[in-house]
Design a protein around this ligand. Structure first.
Ligand SMILES: [Zn+2]
Length: 81
């Protein structure tokens, strides 16, 4: 059985991330621009299972990317010359 709220993880510090979180969020935002390797994606996936902060970050990035795409399509009709 797996406890969803990992007792070892202290996520009480607002604004302060675990060191690994910086790498993970860095990879997530990089993943928007380039294709991540298999091992990078696995690392992100495993981390997201136990880190709600990065999980929320990823959802936000996906949402933002979709929003940007929609916006770009909407204004794309008007000349960008
Ligand atoms: Zn994290």
């Amino acid at each position: 059985m797996v406890r969803r709220d990992g007792a070892r993880l202290s996520k009480t510090h607002t604004g302060e991330m675990m060191d690994d979180c910086r790498k993970i969020t860095g990879m997530i935002s990089e993943g928007l621009d380039r294709e991540l390797t298999w091992s990078e994606r696995m690392r992100i996936r495993v981390h997201l299972l136990m880190c709600s902060g990065c999980s929320a970050f990823q959802k936000q990035m996906i949402f933002l990317r979709e929003a940007m795409r929609t916006l770009a399509e909407r204004i794309g009709g008007h000349g960008d010359h």
